[in-house]
Design a protein. Structure first.
Lengths: 215, 215
DNA sequence: CTGAGGAACTGGACGGTACAGTACTGGCAT
DNA sequence: ATGCCAGTACTGTACCGTCCAGTTCCTCAG
C-alpha cells in the first residue's frame, strides 16, 4: 500500500512507518483484533512513540482509513481521460469497465472495504466519509462525462446520474459481492473472466442507454 | 428473525432462547465485541447451560448465521410466484424489484450482512455458505424464471444467468452499498424512493433485455 | 570538522479492565 | 433422591494506555 505520508524528517518518517504498520495490522485483524503492541512492533517503534503521534487507537484507525481516499483521484482521472477523449464509446466504456474492475478487486482495496463496512456502526462518520470521498466522487465524475456524451449524441439518457449508477451496478455487483463474502483471496478473478464481466456489463448498458437508432 | 429453532421440549426451548439471544448480541456488537456473559444474561440462562448447548463461541456464531439462510426460501418463492404467473412482465418485474429491496434493506438483514462480511476472513467457510445458500439460490431461481420468460418471448436474452445478475446489480448496488457504509439506520429508505429505484432498474433492464421489437 | 545540548525514541514494566471457558454451590422440579 | 439449571466465583489471558530510565539521532555553535 505504499507510504501513507510524504517523506520528511525523522519524526515524519516514524509517523509514516507507524501509519503503514497500522494499516497492515488493521487490515489483517480488523479494528478490535488489532493490538497497539503489534502495530508498534511492526513499525519498529515503541508504544510511547505511537501514542505520541496518534492520541488513540480510534484516532489512528480513522487517520489510516481516510488517508486512502486520496488514492481514488487516480481512478477519477482515468474515468475522465478515457471517456472524454475517445470517439468510440463502446470501446472506451469497455476499457473503463476493465479499469474499474482492476481497481476495486485489488486485495488491499477489498480488505479495506470490508474493514470500513465492519466498523460502520462503531465509526459512522468514517463510513460516510469513505463513501462520499471515494464512491460518490467517482460517480459524479462519471455522471458529468455521461452528460457530455449525451450532448454529443453518443448516449441517450434523461438522467446521467442514474445511468452512472446503473453502469457500475451492472459491472460490480456480482464480482464485488463474491469477493466480500469469500475470503480476501477471492479478488483474484482470472483475467479473461474480468474481460467477460466488463464486456457483458457494457453491452447491457449500451442496450439500455446507447444512442437512439430512432424510428 | 423470529425463533431460530423449532419448538420442542424444555432443553430445545432453552437452546432456542440462547440462539435468539446470541443473534441479538452478535448483531449488535459483532463477533469479537459480543460477550458470552451477555448472551447468557439475555437468554435468561447461565453460561454453563450455554456451553452445554454450544461448545464454543465460534460454533455458536456459525450456527446462528447458517440458521438464517432458511429465510431466503421465502424470497425464492416470491420470485417464482411473481414471475411465472403474471402476464405483464414489466409490472411483475417492478413488483419483484420492490420485494427485493424491501427484503434486503431490512435493518437486521443489513446487520447480518455486515457481520458476515466482517468475519469473512475469520470464518471463510461461513461466508461461502451464506453466499451460496442465500445469494446464489435466489439468482438461480431468477435465472430459471428468465429462461421460461424468454421461451415465451417475453424477454430476449442468450444468457439468463447473466441477465439475472444484471437485474439485481442495476437494482441493488447503490442502495445496498449506501446502507453498508452508512450506519445501520441507513436502511430506512423512504417508500417513494424505493419505488423510484425499482422502477428505474426495471426500465433499464427491459431496455437491455426486453422482448425484441425486431425487424 | 567536532562535540555538546536537547528532542525524539526505545524497551520494558505496570495498573486496570474485559472476557473465554471452567468449576462449584444451592434451588427447583420430577 | 436425582438430574437439570441459575448464580457466581475463579483462572488465565490479552490488551489499552501510561510511565520511567536510558539511548540514539539531529542541530548548530565554535
Amino acid at each position: 500500500m505504499t507510504d501513507i505520508d510524504g517523506e520528511a524528517g525523522r519524526t515524519a518518517r516514524k509517523r509514516g512507518q507507524i501509519a503503514e504498520a497500522a494499516m497492515a495490522v488493521f487490515l489483517r485483524n480488523g479494528y478490535v483484533g488489532a493490538s497497539m503492541d503489534e502495530v508498534a512492533a511492526l513499525a519498529g517503534a515503541s508504544k510511547q512513540t505511537v501514542y505520541k503521534h496518534f492520541t488513540d487507537k480510534k484516532q489512528l484507525f480513522t487517520h489510516i482509513v481516510l488517508a486512502t481516499t486520496a488514492e481514488v483521484d487516480a481512478l477519477v482521472k482515468v474515468v475522465a481521460a478515457t471517456l472524454d477523449e475517445g470517439d468510440d464509446p463502446a470501446k472506451d466504456l469497455r476499457r473503463l469497465a476493465r479499469a474499474f474492475l482492476d481497481a476495486l478487486l485489488r486485495p488491499e482495496v477489498l480488505r479495506l472495504r470490508r474493514l470500513v463496512i465492519a466498523e460502520a456502526d462503531r465509526f459512522p462518520e468514517l463510513g460516510r466519509a469513505w463513501y462520499e470521498g471515494g464512491f460518490e466522487r467517482v460517480l459524479t465524475t462519471l455522471t458529468t462525462c455521461f452528460e457530455r456524451l449525451a450532448a454529443r449524441g453518443r448516449l441517450s439518457l434523461d438522467d446521467a446520474g442514474l445511468a452512472a449508477d446503473h453502469l457500475v451496478g451492472l459491472l460490480l455487483w456480482i464480482p464485488v459481492n463474491r469477493a466480500m463474502f469469500y475470503g480476501s483471496e477471492a479478488g483474484d478473478v482470472a483475467d479473461a473472466e474480468r474481460d467477460r464481466l466488463a464486456d457483458a456489463a457494457v453491452a447491457a448498458f449500451l442496450r439500455a442507454y446507447g444512442p437512439a437508432d430512432g424510428p
